[in-house]
Structure formats: structure tokens, C-alpha cells
Design a protein around this ligand. Structure first.
Ligand SMILES: Cc1cc2nc3c(=O)[nH]c(=O)nc-3n(C[C@H](O)[C@H](O)[C@H](O)COP(=O)(O)OP(=O)(O)OC[C@H]3O[C@@H](n4cnc5c(N)ncnc54)[C@H](O)[C@@H]3O)c2cc1C
Length: 562
């Protein structure tokens, strides 16, 4: 087995590994991806939600339109609905625009967000192959399918990895400057770096089945939806529309005493969730049973080896933030690896990865777990009369519907999870003492506090700020007289890519959060620094590129636009 050496070896061509490879390639860095599955073998039917934040990254990579074109039919409602059973009565509905209306509809809880790319509802079986095809076509990415990473060790500033071709049984060695394990929940790389998962091992067992049911759409108790919760005391469950025609993923939430997946009568439970009798026609395509957990690895790195995505954290997929949080890991690591391998940052920059991502994954895992606790409680306390055709039944449906809406709108309109998180204790951010605004799963307050996501706006001609930002750092000049030359010169001296972007406060639609004359955006769209003037441009840039641990001289004079 002859394998060329590579700057970055990525283990796993799941969504996280593929996004890492594509983002590195966009930054000019080549990588090799090893994947145990044969090329073309689809992933299992798991993730159904590509977050707005992930869509923003896909937009930068030129892929958001192609991703949005995948999934449910153009006019299929992306709503979340709560019914007693699929064929039963509707209790409540969270409206979410269908693909056709996604960019223009502005009513509903997940519209009008400050982004050029709202979320997209699409299953991983459509999303992942698209990433794979783009990665295969990219000259900077080499994919070794049907190849397994067996072990790896560090040697002379390199990682030496042992691989096996699973088709031929041949083994080989590959040398890389860095290795990133995006190899999922059973990660080999996590083991190699000595990482241990910590948290709650079992929160909920879910018996999931992909079914083919050509007659279900026409039999629904109310208009179609993307996600369909079913609240009845016999068997609560959740059903996802996969192709908007006949494929559905049925989640059967097992009761606490149902600890063996195979001991629960799958067919009977599916029929109860659907609300259909023994004659209703459906075929089981695949079983996708899984356990909802809340586990985060105690470390995400050892030396030149990193882990990201499910390899680093696993939690109940509430708010659709398993894959998306993993992709956020990949994007954080990508710009840092890109900077180091392009030679404009020392490898101390990479210390920021664990400092930034580990606390966020802890936070998100707790949001998801708290939500899971609320959802489990809701399912287990359904009033017995909820399906009755009586005033008591009517009242029960209203009460449960209102509660279900209030609880779940937070996870399905999770602006806070998308935009609210901030890097609070990073060694490469120029903090100025102001605390970032708190966020919840649902609520987001735009802020330019260093560490937060750069608040989005459209410039006068309608273009998105994000489309104008450079590949490296971007210096937003929000006041014409603000001095930029020293930073430009310091960047040139150090080879740091820097774009200066003049902003017109009068004509551009600048949010109130922008209170300073200058703001430096990082390559990943987080605020690196803000102020009215830069005292020592070289020192500031060295801090931001990981070349100094000395706090930057930051102008913290009261902002002029507060
Ligand atoms: C029912 C369900 C619903 C979900 N819904 C959502 C959702 O709506 N939104 C969301 O964000 N997330 C969701 N998730 C979570 C999401 O599916 C995962 O977080 C995501 O797939 C993780 O991606 P990954 O690339 O880290 O790992 P994986 O997708 O597991 O990919 C890892 C890859 O590594 C390969 N691999 C492993 N070991 C090796 C080795 N030694 N050598 C070579 N290759 C190897 C594997 O073959 C695999 O292809 C859901 C999960 C479940 C179970």
C-alpha cells in the first residue's frame, strides 16, 4: 500500500471530517481523509437539520445553494407538528418555511434571523454524499475509502499513522503534520490521545426505524410537516419526513424499564405511533436504534492529534446540534491549522482549539440535556383523556399543545445556539473587559464583545457582510478617520492575510451592537478585537495569531456610539 504523506490526515469522512477537508482546501491546505466505509456507502438516517451557522460556512465554500436544493420537495412544509398520532388530531404547530419560501418568508419563529443563510431541513443521507462528491472533486483533498486507521504515534514533529486497506487487507503507513480524528462516537483517535468520555451514559433509548409507507402522507390527521411528534399515552413517538413522499423515520422513545431494543415489539409500536391498524401497508427499510447520551471527552487534543465532532462529544440530538456542533469544531480548528500550515502563525495558535471548543460543547450538551429532561417529562405525563372526543379531551389537547409549543419552539428556533455562543477564555482573543450577553437555546443578542460571532448586517447595496469578509482576518473600519495603516503594515510584515473593509454607518445597515471605530473579525467570523484605536498593531496581531501570550494593548475608552 503506497500512500503519500499529507499535511493533515483526517480520520472519518462523516459530515465533520468532510467539512474540515473542504474548509482546509478553501484555505489552501491539502489533506487526506481515510474512511472505513467503501466509497458511495451512504451514512445512516441520523441528522435532519443543517443549522444556519453551518449554512453560513457552506455559503462561504460556495455550497449552500447545492445543499439547500437537497431534501424535501420545494413546497413540502418544514413545520414541526404535534398530534395525538400521525393519523390523529393536531395539538399545535411550529411553522417553518418550506424551501421555496425560505429566503423570503418572514413570519414564524425561525425567520428574520440576522443571517444570509437560514437553517435547512435535510437528512444526512442527502447532505453527506453531496459533501463527499465535492471533496472527491477537490484537487486538494485525497479520500482513501474502505481504509481504516489502526493506530498512530508522534515521531519527529510528525504523526505516523498505520492504515489498513479493508478491501485487500494490505497495510501501510502515512506521515502527516497533524491528525484530526473525526471518527465518530467509537473514535479510535480519542483512544489514541488518551481521551475519556465523561457525563451521562444513558438519557434515553430510542428504537428508530426507517420505513417506506406510500399511503401515510394521504392518511395524515392534519397537513404534512417535516417533524411530527405524537403524544398519546399508549406510545408517544416522533416521525420525520425523509423524502416528503413515502420514506419516514419513526422514533419510538422507549420507557425507562425497556432496556433491550429487541425486546420491544417494533411493529406494534410503529402502528401505535402512526395510529393505524394491522392492515396498513409499510415496509421496514432499516433499524437505526440509538441511545441519547451526554458525554464530552476530557481532552480534545494530544500534541499533533486532535478530535472533533462525535469523537469529542455525544449528546441527545435535541435542537439538531450534534453534527452542527461538530462542524463548528471543524471550522474552529480549520482556520488555525490553515494559519499554521500556511506559515503565518506558530503552532501555539492551536492551543486555542481546546480552550475555545471544549467549554462550548459542555454548554451545548447541557442545553440539549435540559431540553431532553423537559421532553421526557412531557411524554411521561400525558393526560389519559387526550384522545377522547369529550370536553375534557379537548381541554387536554389544548393544554398539551400549548406546553409542547412553548418547550419545543426553543429547540426548533434556536437562534441562541446558532449565533449566541462566544469564546470566553481564548488565548488568542483581545478581550476588553466587557462581558458578552447571556444566551439561551432560543435567544440571541448580537454583540461585538470579543469572542462573540461578528453580528451580521447587509451593506447598502444589499450584499451580506459575510460575503465581503476576507479569507484571513478582516478589519472593519466603521469610522473613516480610524487609523488602519499600522495594522496593515504589521500584517504584511508577518504574512498575515488581512482585508480592510470600510463600513458606512449612514448607508450600511449596521446594528447598534457596533459601538467602536474598528473591529477585527477572525477567519472563522468571531470577533478577535474591537476598539477605537490600535496602540501597538504588532503586539495585537501577535496575540491574535498565537505568537504571544501577552495581553494586547487595547483601547477600552468608552465607545462613541453607545
Ligand atoms: C437519530 C439521530 C438524529 C440526529 N439528528 C441530528 C440533527 O438533526 N442535527 C445534528 O446536528 N445532529 C444530529 N444527530 C447527530 C449527528 O448525526 C452526528 O453528530 C454526526 O453524524 C456526527 O458526525 P461525525 O462526522 O462527527 O461522525 P460520524 O457521522 O459518525 O462519522 C464518522 C466516520 O468515521 C469513520 N470511521 C470511524 N472509525 C474509523 C477508522 N478507525 N478509520 C477510518 N474511518 C473511521 C466512520 O465510518 C464514519 O463514516 C443525530 C443523531 C442521531 C442518532
Amino acid at each position: 500500500m503506497t500512500i503519500e504523506n499529507t499535511p493533515v490526515l483526517i480520520v472519518g469522512a462523516g459530515p465533520v471530517g468532510l467539512m474540515l477537508a473542504l474548509d482546509l482546501a478553501w484555505r489552501g491546505v491539502a489533506s487526506t481523509v481515510v474512511e472505513a466505509r467503501p466509497a458511495g456507502e451512504p451514512p445512516s438516517v441520523k441528522c435532519n437539520h443543517v443549522s444556519s451557522r453551518t449554512m453560513e460556512a457552506l455559503r462561504r465554500l460556495g455550497l449552500s445553494r447545492a445543499v439547500r436544493a437537497k431534501g424535501l420537495p420545494d413546497d413540502y412544509p418544514n413545520d414541526v407538528v404535534f398530534r395525538t398520532r400521525m393519523t390523529g388530531r393536531e395539538l399545535a404547530r411550529i411553522p417553518i418555511p418550506c424551501r421555496r419560501d425560505r429566503y423570503r418568508r418572514n413570519s414564524g419563529p425561525d425567520t428574520g434571523w440576522p443571517t444570509p443563510e437560514p437553517p435547512h431541513r435535510v437528512n444526512q443521507i442527502y447532505f453527506e454524499p453531496l459533501l463527499f462528491a465535492r471533496a472527491v472533486a477537490n484537487p486538494r483533498i485525497k479520500i482513501l475509502s474502505h481504509t481504516r486507521l489502526d493506530s498512530a504515534r508522534e515521531e519527529k514533529e510528525q504523526v505516523v499513522a498505520s492504515l489498513t486497506d479493508l478491501g485487500t487487507g494490505e497495510t501501510g503507513t502515512l506521515r502527516a503534520r497533524y491528525l484530526v480524528g473525526c471518527d465518530g462516537g467509537h473514535s479510535t483517535v480519542r483512544r489514541l490521545i488518551g481521551g475519556r468520555l465523561e457525563g451521562d451514559a444513558v438519557i434515553q433509548r430510542v428504537q428508530s426505524t426507517l420505513i417506506d409507507a406510500p399511503d401515510l402522507l394521504a392518511a395524515l390527521g392534519s397537513p404534512p410537516a417535516w417533524m411530527n411528534y405524537n403524544y398519546n399515552p399508549e406510545r408517544p413517538g416522533n416521525v420525520l419526513a425523509i423524502d416528503g413522499v413515502r420514506r419516514w423515520l419513526v422514533h419510538n422513545y422507549l420507557l425507562p424499564d425497556e432496556t433491550e431494543f429487541d425486546a420491544v415489539d417494533r411493529d406494534r409500536c410503529i402502528r401505535a405511533i402512526l395510529g393505524v391498524g394491522p392492515d396498513f401497508r409499510f415496509e421496514k427499510v432499516a433499524n437505526e436504534d440509538w441511545i441519547g447520551r451526554r458525554l464530552v471527552a476530557d481532552t480534545f487534543r494530544r500534541g499533533r492529534m486532535f478530535i472533533a465532532g462525535d469523537a469529542a462529544h455525544l449528546w441527545v440530538p435535541y435542537a439538531g446540534y450534534g453534527m452542527n456542533a461538530g462542524i463548528a469544531d471543524a471550522l474552529d480548528l480549520s482556520w488555525q491549522l490553515g494559519a499554521v500550515l500556511s506559515g503565518w502563525a506558530p503552532d501555539t495558535l492551536l492551543d486555542a482549539y481546546v480552550a475555545e471548543r471544549k467549554p462550548i460543547t459542555e454548554q451545548v450538551s447541557r442545553f440539549a440535556m435540559n431540553h431532553a429532561a423537559g421532553a421526557i417529562q412531557e411524554r411521561n405525563t400525558l393526560p389519559a383523556e387526550i384522545e377522547e372526543d369529550t370536553p375534557a379531551g379537548e381541554a387536554a389537547r389544548r393544554t398539551v399543545g400549548e406546553a409542547a409549543y412553548a418547550l419545543n419552539v426553543q429547540q426548533f428556533a434556536c437562534a441562541g445556539l446558532n449565533y449566541g455562543y462566544f469564546y470566553e477564555d481564548s488565548p488568542v482573543i483581545g478581550y476588553d473587559g466587557e462581558a458578552p450577553p447571556a444566551y439561551t437555546m432560543h435567544l440571541y443578542t448580537p454583540s461585538t464583545v470579543p469572542g462573540c460571532r461578528v453580528p451580521h448586517f447587509h451593506v447598502a447595496d444589499g450584499r451580506s457582510l459575510y460575503d465581503l469578509m476576507g479569507e484571513g482576518f478582516t478589519l472593519l473600519q466603521l469610522e473613516k478617520t480610524a487609523e488602519t495603516a499600522a495594522l496593515v503594515a504589521a500584517a504584511r510584515e508577518r504574512g498575515v492575510p488581512l482585508t480592510v473593509l470600510p463600513i458606512n454607518r449612514v448607508t450600511d445597515r449596521v446594528p447598534d451592537a457596533y459601538r467602536h471605530a474598528l473591529l477585527i473579525a477572525r477567519p472563522d467570523g468571531h470577533v478577535a478585537w474591537r476598539g477605537d484605536r490600535i496602540e501597538d498593531a504588532g503586539a495585537l496581531l501577535d496575540l491574535l495569531r498565537g505568537a504571544s501570550t501577552r495581553p494586547a494593548t487595547t483601547d477600552i475608552a468608552p465607545a462613541r456610539w453607545s
